[in-house]
Design a protein. Structure first.
Length: 175
């Protein structure tokens, strides 16, 4: 039975159960997660950084029990051949320690995702601002060139009338 089916069955039997999975950043896993989110929206997935990549799997159940499994080769079809060591514990101190580690990593991945979104928005804003400023500067340069060309040709544009001024005429120029 694959893990996704196990999650579905667990959710069916216990609708109020919360399942959270931290998964290493991997192209194959990312595609699998996309499909899994569609099939089991109750399961929360987070992808953690490759620098945290580990061969240890931790399963926590209600902060009362945990299973820790170290794998040597995830590519093997037989899970018994892939496992180096596994430990089961219902020791409150051990389970709470692993729960604390898991929650810290969960929050860290959330903050990292928010930071990536912020950086993307900041980059877009900076690029948009650069385009806007360069357009304004280009407009100022164009205006100065037009005024300089007109001065050389003997045409002197007048400033628009100022509030409270003596009603100067404004000249419109077309290019």
């Amino acid at each position: 039975m694959n893990a996704l089916q196990l999650f579905k069955d667990t959710i069916k039997e216990h609708p109020d159960v919360k399942i959270k999975l931290l998964i290493p950043n991997d192209e194959q896993m990312t595609a699998t997660i996309g499909n899994a989110k569609l099939e089991s929206p109750q399961v929360e997935f987070r992808i953690y950084q490759e620098s945290l990549k580990s061969r240890i799997t931790i399963v926590l159940v209600d902060k009362r029990e945990c299973i820790i499994v170290e794998t040597k080769d995830d590519a093997k079809e037989d899970s018994y051949a892939a496992v180096v060591l596994s430990v089961y514990s219902n020791s409150k101190s051990l389970v709470l320690s692993y729960a604390s580690i898991f929650e810290s990593l969960w929050k860290q991945t959330e903050l990292y995702e928010q930071l990536k979104i912020h950086d993307k928005m900041q980059k877009e804003f900076t690029e948009e601002g650069t385009i806007s400023v360069s357009t304004e500067v280009k407009g100022e340069i164009d205006d100065n060139l037009i005024n300089n060309n007109q001065k050389e040709e003997g045409v002197h544009p007048q400033k628009p009338s100022q509030p409270g001024g003596k009603g100067r005429k404004q000249m419109d120029f077309s290019i």
